[in-house]
Design a protein around this ligand. Structure first.
Ligand SMILES: Nc1ncnc2c1ncn2[C@@H]1O[C@H](COP(=O)(O)OP(=O)(O)OP(=O)(O)O)[C@@H](O)[C@H]1O
Length: 361
């Protein structure tokens, strides 16, 4: 089955740090046809980028990210990491290759009986790194995450954010080129989430890492990712640069994710204070997202003149993704239904994104 994806800014796949092609993975179910966790997924992650995969529970995100280091084997498809065809590797070569791929987990997966330093040393022990070499590598990894002074502590003595720093240090100890983050901030409070995302961003710069992360939170993608893929039912339904996907979402699932993150419903009290529409007109609440050359308020007054509508600005704010700003405005549009539709279509032609808002959430 062809992949229903809408891709933008696809990098040259031969240069990809991670290249996935046509991945299928089905899990046997009780009696029935089973679950298609991956239904033909292709993806390219460029070296040095932070790439986010977002989707609701059950979309197939975990299965996909686990296919990159072959914790999960796809039934069919191609997995290339740093140019290496992973599915061709024997056990020993695969173990070696995995050292270039660090992984960070939602629930940290630390060994409670080991100190912080011994947790970080663990993957080096498994890899057979001699003890004399391990100590400086552990010190280096702990310094990168700012936890040098906790080397002798046990996981139970740490906060959630500190535990995740240990998880990251452990992933970095074998000096990987790629970091996989499986819902790395989902168990953390918002402030600690920001702290960990900031750390991942700094580590990417400092160590030239390529980061692939999965999350169910579009806010994480907005904060940290360069590009994003939206997954649903084992498929990527949309992918592209985060700014483009946020400001011009094409797939309904993406629109819902974006609305949850940046959209705002109009408070009930505000709606109650709006004038009622006349008998021959309709009132519709709209959110207009401005980005690029037409991001000016003049567009609103021109739409009002062109289509003979009253367009009341209820609220507005400027937001940004990375360094790129965009504007969000809530409008109450009054006029005949057909003319409101025509104005919405005209906004669309100008490249603005218009979304109906619920009255009174
Ligand atoms: N080992 C397994 N055995 C059977 N079914 C599985 C297995 N792993 C995943 N699945 C099923 O495959 C589908 C995709 O699961 P997956 O964990 O990849 O989704 P997800 O997007 O990561 O969701 P979540 O955020 O809840 O983990 C789900 O329907 C899940 O129940």
């Amino acid at each position: 089955m062809p992949q229903t994806t809408q891709d933008r800014d696809h990098p040259a796949s031969s240069d990809s740090a991670i290249r996935l092609r046509g991945l299928h993975r089905r899990f046997a179910g009780r009696g029935g046809a089973g679950t298609k966790a991956l239904d033909g997924v292709s993806l390219d992650v460029a070296p040095g980028e932070i790439y986010g995969i977002v989707g609701r529970s059950g979309a197939g995100k975990s299965t996909l990210i686990r296919c990159v280091n072959l914790l999960e084997r796809p039934d069919s498809g191609e997995v290339r990491v740093l140019g290496q065809d992973m599915l061709m590797l024997g056990d020993r070569a695969l173990r070696e290759r995995r050292r270039a791929i660090g992984m960070v987990f939602q629930h940290f997966n630390l060994l409670s009986s080991r100190t912080v330093a011994d947790n970080v040393a663990y993957p080096l022990e498994i890899a057979g790194v001699p003890a004399a070499e391990r100590a400086p590598r552990v010190a280096e990894a702990l310094s990168l995450v700012g936890l040098t002074e906790k080397a002798g502590a046990y996981p139970a003595q740490l906060s959630g954010g500190q535990k995740q720093r240990v998880g990251i240090a452990r992933a970095l100890a074998p000096r990987p080129q790629i970091l996989l983050c499986d819902e790395a901030t989902s168990a953390l409070d918002p402030e600690t989430t920001q702290e960990i995302l900031g750390l991942i961003k700094r580590l990417r710069e400092k160590l030239d890492l390529t980061v692939l992360l999965i999350t169910h939170e579009m806010a994480v993608v907005k904060e940290i990712c360069d590009r994003v893929a939206v997954m649903e039912a084992g498929l990527i339904v949309e992918q592209g640069r985060v700014f483009d996907v946020f400001t011009r979402p094409r797939h309904p699932t993406t629109r819902r994710f974006i609305a949850d993150t940046i959209g705002y419903a109009v408070p009930r009290g505000t709606v109650a204070r709006l004038p009622a529409p006349r008998a021959d007109e309709e009132r519709r609440l709209l959110q207009v997202l401005f980005a690029g050359p037409n991001s000016t308020r003049a567009v609103i007054s021109e739409a009002s003149r062109r289509y003979g509508l009253d367009l009341d600005i209820i609220s507005g704010r400027i937001d940004a993704i990375g360094e790129e700003p965009f504007g969000l405005m809530a409008l109450a549009a009054y006029g005949p239904s057909g003319r409101i539709d025509a104005a919405i279509a005209w906004f669309g032609e100008l490249g603005l994104t218009v979304t109906p808002l619920d009255e009174g959430n």
